[in-house]
Design a protein around this ligand. Sequence first.
Ligand code: SF4
Length: 398
Amino acid sequence: MQPAVKPNMTENHAALKGIDWRQQDWRRELQNNITTVDALKTYLPLSEKEEADLRRVTDIHPMNIPRYYLSLVDAEDPDDPIRRLCVPDAAELVVAGAMGETTADPYGDDKHDKGNGLLHKYSYTALVVTSEYCAMYCRHCFRKRMVGLSNELTVKNFQKAAAYVAEHPEITNVILSGGDPFMLPTKVLEKMLAALVDIPHVNHVRIGSRVPVSYPLRLFDDDLMAVLRDFNDRKTLFVPTHFNHAREITSEAREAVHRLRLCGITVNNQAVLLRGVNDSEEALVDLMNGLLRIGVNPYYLYQCMPVARVRHHFQVPLKKGITIVDRARRYFDGYAKRFKYIIGHDIGKLEICGQIDGKVILKQLHARGGHDEEVSRLLVRELTDTGGWLDDLPEASL
Ligand code: SF4
């Protein structure tokens, strides 16, 4: 049974909705993030058991919720999808369960770690882990093994990372990732971009960030916009972002995206299909159409990875996921339909093309270095009721 909502709690939460986020200094406001169970209790009702569980969870995976994002939560609905994305859950204590095995590194990133935070998995792309910090620690994060925790996987010397890129002419693009690169001071980001701008074989740079969703006020900073605009004048810049639910598409998020677009930046969305968040055709239709409304391109919809402490409460079985996605596609125009439903596997990215006679057809889009022959191959697997990952599904033929 849920505890009764105390009046001061309701008032505290309701007061968040009255804050003009456009007027907040992004650095100062970060200090108001909710990082402890005691602070969370002042906004949301928690039962005694929930409180005790959350203390155990946050000992393992830190909590970090901006007040802006907390204001989007329905405080009276314990199953609110926005709440599931930011408030820890006792289910995070489960490592193994009905969905199958889990791993800390499902994408196999660590194998491609060249040191100093640089991952070189596909010959044409270098990814630099620029920070372990994010404005919010999303509960479904596939980099849960490192986000919010001190680690050796983050760049220490960006000039060395840029030198690696310069020495590898096969690299056509660089992803600044994390953590969230927009959490870095503007000057630091400016230096990183300056180190890349003159490398002739780098066609474009991506800055992967969830701040348009979780902390749009970062993008109300004119100095940051000037840095991004200057870089984009010389080399094309993309911002892949990560909206999962239509209720994240607020007027602040719209404005943040608009400011990026005014710099000439293309914003693409990489959502994750998540149980209890967006695993219905209505939720996907609202999300993809809502993105187009604010000028964000639906790009990927990821199958939730078998990440330890994530899989068992967020992953949707593939059979169900394909059905939901196929049904949702009936309502999409051509632009909304452009997203690909993806498995981000250790062997490379696989597009989930569709199902026929109880089997799923996948197409490999990218392959690890040295496995070029795997690109564009088709794979067929038998769908099971519970299988949520490629490795769970028996091989099959048509
Ligand atoms: S913003 Fe991205 S990297 Fe950071 S916790 Fe959320 S999903 Fe993970």
